[in-house]
Structure formats: C-alpha cells, structure tokens
Design a binder for this molecule. Structure first.
Ligand code: HGY
Ligand code: MN
Ligand code: MN
Length: 414
C-alpha cells in the first residue's frame, strides 16, 4: 500500500511521462485533436484503471474515471475532481495535468485503504482547456457543463483544418456533443488542483491556497489587409503595410492593459504574409487576450482596443477583419465548498489563504452546473506557460492531503 507521500512521488514521475506526449520534439506542445493528445489520454485511462476506476470518453474527447460510491448509497451523486491534458505551445508539465493526476492519486489511495464515500468520485480529464488550436476557451468542459455552442463545429484551425475533423480524430461524433451535458442534479461539486501560475504562494512561503474567484477574459482574432509590394520600389507614402498597422495595435493593446489596475491585455500571436525580407507585408494576423475581474471594465477596454484598430485601419487604408473569439466571464468559487477547502487546508496545519486567479480554468464552465472550488499549489517563481514551470514534490503531497481531507469533509456533510 502506498502513502500519500509515495503518491506525490508518483505524480512527479507521471508528470514527466505525460510531458513526452507532444507534437513537437523537445517541447511540450499538446493541442486538441492530435495523436499526442490521444496517446496522453490512453495513458491517463491506464492509470485510472490501476486506481480501480471505470473509464469512459465523451464526444468532445474528455476522459472520465469513475470510482463508485459505497454500497449502502442508493442512487449516489457524483463529486468531480479534474484538470485538462491539452497544453499551450512549448508548455510546462503541470498546468492542467496536476488536477487529473492528484485526482487519480487520491482515488488510488482511497481504494488501497478500502474507503468509499456516499457519492461517486469522477476524475474528469478535459481534452481542451487552453484552446490554442481553434481560438476557443474550455472546449472540453463546455459540453459537460451545458455550454456547448453548436456553431463551434464550423471553426477551423490556422491551417484550415475543421474542428469537426479534430473531434473525429479523438473518436467523437461532432453532432452528438451537445447531448453530453452532465445532469446538474447528479453532481455535488467540482474541484481542480492547479499550479498557482503566479508568485504569491512562494512569497508567502505556503504550499497551497484556496481560490476565491477567477478572472474573466475577452478575446479576438484580428486581421489587417493592405497591399503586398516591392520593398525597394513602393514609396513610403504610398504603402498599405499591414504589419506596420498591426505593430501600432500591439503597442495600443499594451497601453490599454497598463491603463487600469488589474487590467491585462496581450497580443500573443502575430503573423504576417507573404513573409519575405523584400516584400511589404500585405496581411497581418494577430490575437488579443484581455482580462479584468469586472466585466464593465473588461468590456470598455475591449471596445477601446477595437476602436483603436478601426482608427489605425482607417488612417493606413487597411481593411480590418475583427472576429470575437469565445471568451469567459469572471466566476466566484462556491462559498460553502471553498470554506470546506480552507478548513481542510487549516486541518493540515497550513495557513488557509485564499487567492484570486488571473488565469482561466474549467471551474468557470463547471460553475454552470455545480458548485466549484480550486486548490492552488505553489510553483517556482510563479512561472507558467513556459517549459521552466516547476513544483516541489512536498507541495504536491500537501495538496493530496488537503484534497483527501476535503473529500472526507464533503462526505461528512452528507
Ligand atoms: O488562458 C488561460 O488563462 C488558461 O491558462 N487557459
Ligand atoms: Mn494554461
Ligand atoms: Mn490550466
């Protein structure tokens, strides 16, 4: 029988093993719908099986491992523990996967010690949270939480591959996704263990903290079209340089982000074509990610960026194509569940701090069908969305202890 100390070591090892599932050698890059994602899912399913969970996959490609309730419980409800197993480009190895691996480890520990609850535990492994490939958010958890938009099946990635094809590559039926919503009456709650992705826990010398609320975000893909031409012969005054327009917008976005406390605004991708040193760029394509916990401020800032894009296009005689991407609203974690989580943290002798999350998480969508909470784990120097992402095994052990104690407390409340 393994202790939670042993399980923490297993999680560190498994995190390394999952990191090997990548589409780009030498990186961790695991977008939705790829064979790397499929292989990672198979590996997770195998680990779920070792923990005595039955597994199933839904149409969008999420994997669920179910650990049944005790035999006395008639018509038991489910408590969901989860995370995501897609990644950003050149990612770290803990963002998302930690929530799945801690869920599996706690279930395995419960199973090894012969304990079950008056509810089933399902470990939810979401197939797409980052949304990098199709410029989405929470593609995996959206249908689960009843927030699937059927129009999304017409989305394409930057190479023109339809989302439908990516769904089928994971074995799903694009037309059936809408029917995969979990009945909210059957779910008691959702918890995700996630790296903090910020420096506060390190600064406070704490291993874990509860999450009080999660920011909201607005996103767009933006295209400027001008006129490609000869870099040596077209006079400056006659140019319609799409990249120069995009460059102006990048700086405008930075200024908007800096204009208000807690507002952040990022251009994370910028591409131009045709892309040759002696050709004036005729097209520029960029993405906007803008966040603030208050929707009024967020929407005002977003409208401000759009107005600046329009003004730049007008002044430079460029065509502007602005497309709103799926965005997410700010979410407050459930007060009762988060109180239970704080008590579990205190029960482990750790000061029960609550943190705000500036990153988006599947708890946002899951809050549509059940109470949600999150446990943050300290990460070194707050670095995330970066291969240097790093956590300590001893903090993972603390997270496992808190998670298990939390589940016992939820069971005690039933
Ligand atoms: O973008 C986010 O906040 C998250 O990491 N998906
Ligand atoms: Mn992330
Ligand atoms: Mn994440």
């Amino acid at each position: 029988m393994s202790t939670l100390h042993d399980h923490a070591a297993t999680i560190m090892r498994r995190s390394d093993e999952l990191a090997a599932f990548t589409t780009v050698e030498g990186q961790i890059t695991r977008p939705y719908g790829t064979s790397a994602l499929l292989d990672a899912r198979d590996q997770l399913a195998a680990w779920m099986g070792e923990a005595d969970m039955s597994t199933h996959v839904d149409n969008v490609g999420n994997l669920f491992g179910r650990y049944e309730a005790d035999t006395q419980s008639i018509d038991p409800k489910t408590f969901l523990v989860g995370g995501h197993f897609d990644s950003v480009v050149d990612a770290g190895r803990y963002d998302g996967t930690l929530g799945i691996l801690t869920g599996i480890a706690v279930v395995q520990h419960l199973n090894e010690t012969g304990r079950r609850f008056p509810f089933a535990i399902e470990v939810a492994a979401f197939a797409d949270e980052e949304g990098n490939r199709f410029h989405t958010s929470f593609l995996g958890s959206s249908p689960v939480a009843g927030l699937w938009d059927p129009a999304w099946v017409t989305l394409e990635d930057d190479a023109g591959t339809p989302l439908k094809e990516a769904i089928r590559a994971l074995g799903g039926d694009p037309e059936a996704i809408g029917s995969d919503t979990i009945d909210s009456g059957s779910v008691l709650g959702f918890i995700e263990v996630h790296i903090e992705q910020g420096p506060v826990l390190q600064d406070r010398n704490l291993p874990v903290a509860a999450v009080s609320s999660i920011t909201g975000s607005l996103r767009a893909t933006i295209e400027f079209a001008g006129m490609a031409g000869h870099a040596g012969t077209v006079p400056m005054a006659l140019r319609r340089d799409a990249l120069a327009g995009a460059a102006e917008l990048v700086l405008a976005v930075e200024a908007v982000g800096a204009s208000e406390t807690d507002l952040v605004a990022t251009v994370g991708t910028l591409e131009c074509s045709p892309g040759a040193s002696n050709v004036i760029p005729g097209h520029a394509h960029l993405t906007l990610d803008l966040r603030h916990p208050d929707s009024t401020i967020r929407e005002r800032a977003y409208a401000g960026v759009r107005a600046q894009a329009e003004a730049i296009a007008e002044r430079r005689s460029l065509d502007l194509d602005w497309t709103d991407s799926p965005s997410f609203a700010e979410t407050v974690c459930d007060a009762r569940l988060t109180k239970t989580l704080r008590e579990a943290i205190a029960g482990e002798g750790i000061e029960p701090l609550s943190l705000f999350s500036g990153a988006g998480h599947d708890a946002i969508t899951m809050a549509n069908i059940c109470p949600v909470t999150m446990l943050f784990v300290r990460c070194r120097d707050g670095i995330s969305h970066n291969p240097a992402e790093s956590i300590d095994e001893v903090d993972v052990e603390a997270a496992l202890r808190v998670l298990e104690r939390f589940l016992f407390a939820v069971a005690g409340q039933r």
